[in-house]
Write a protein of this length. Structure first.
Length: 346
């Protein structure tokens, strides 16, 4: 049955993303090409640094998102429940994996509902694929996905490369921008557009913002290769030259950040955010919020809820150190010329 195939596919994705086999092979997120500019006369009081910020209508304690990850399988419910506890304890937002499966049947609905059940007061992001948006005859059904999990925003994920290579893929995106524009008017929550690892260019982001979306998650190259995921699932290497396809996260952030001058939106930096250094550099390059998925899943599997919480708080302890050493009292100050290409230093 179709729904069983969907659940099996999600299970395979989850298993592969629990490993490092799906890393980009040669392309990086680009953050290693940057360095911070030391401020020898800093007057920042490190203990007074506060990361609390507003995300849409809600206050969060750290500019960090546990990125859209899973749902639609038996395993997903336990994973989502534990991630939600971590999000609630830290007062940070969390996303669900693609809700496409609940459009087919309600068998695994609790794997999605587990998030709001365990995170009653933090922002939750719903999730549906662009390919499904294009196919829907009645966009109002997306509101039902929002309502199912009491979401505060809806993520539409763009994955043309994955759909192209997936054996069950649906690489038809004709009319997508028009559908997104209509969906913006239909939903009672903001829409965030995210890639899944190939990045969003400045030009693409501009068109999306003009269509009315309120958030861009660049999800650039350098982390999980979904081309790699599908090649491993297919047990095929014929598309090997596409394994590293995409725009590095650092470049995406620099380009999309420029649109802040003309549009009001939330810029999310994800795609290979696998360390405290990556997180700090993503914020310095313009991200309002940084997001991670695979390293969070791996940490949950290895060290549980407390391990996830410790990882995130340790990352932001490092960000505090960077802010102190660059003379930045706030994240907005950290974005103000506190980072430089290493090639300009030598």
């Amino acid at each position: 049955m179709k729904e069983d195939k969907t659940a099996q596919r999600k299970k395979e994705h989850l298993e592969l993303c629990s490993t490092d086999d799906v890393n980009f092979k040669f392309k990086t997120n680009g953050f290693e090409k940057y360095d911070f500019i030391h401020n020898a006369i800093t007057e920042v009081e490190i203990d007074e640094i506060n990361f609390e910020t507003k995300l849409f209508k809600e206050k969060i304690s750290y500019p960090f998102l546990i990125s859209c990850m899973t749902g639609g399988t038996t395993e997903s419910e336990n994973i989502n429940a534990r991630l939600a506890v971590a999000a609630q304890d830290l007062n940070i937002p969390i996303g669900v994996g693609s809700q496409r499966q609940t459009l087919e049947n309600q068998k695994y609905i609790n794997s999605y509902k587990a998030i709001r059940k365990n995170a009653p007061s933090v922002p939750i992001f719903g999730n549906i694929g662009a390919a499904q948006i294009v196919q829907l005859k009645k966009l109002g059904v997306v509101q039902s996905l929002v309502d199912q999990i009491e979401a505060d925003a809806m993520v539409v994920h763009l994955n043309p490369l994955q759909e192209l290579l997936q054996k069950e893929g649906e690489p038809n995106f004709k009319g997508l921008l028009g559908k997104i524009e209509k969906l913006v008017k239909k939903l009672n929550v903001p829409i965030i557009i995210k890639e899944v690892g190939s990045g969003i260019s400045g030009l693409a982001a501009k068109k999306l913002l003009e269509a009315g979306v309120k958030g861009i998650d660049v999800a650039g190259a350098g982390g999980t290769s979904w081309a790699g995921v599908e090649m491993l699932r297919n047990k095929s290497q014929k598309e090997i030259d596409l394994w590293d396809w995409g725009i590095p996260t650092s470049y995406c952030l620099k380009e999309v950040r420029k649109l802040k001058k003309s549009h009001k939106f939330v810029l999310i930096g994800s795609g290979g955010i696998n360390s405290h250094v990556d997180a700090a550099k993503a914020l310095a390059l313009g991200a309002d919020i940084v997001a991670s998925a695979r390293i969070i899943l791996q940490t949950l599997n290895k060290s549980g809820i407390e391990g996830v919480k410790k990882l995130i708080t340790n990352w932001f302890d490092f960000v505090k150190s960077v802010m102190f050493l660059t003379g930045s009292k706030s994240i907005s100050e950290l974005r103000n010329n506190k980072i430089i290409l290493k090639e300009k230093l030598y």
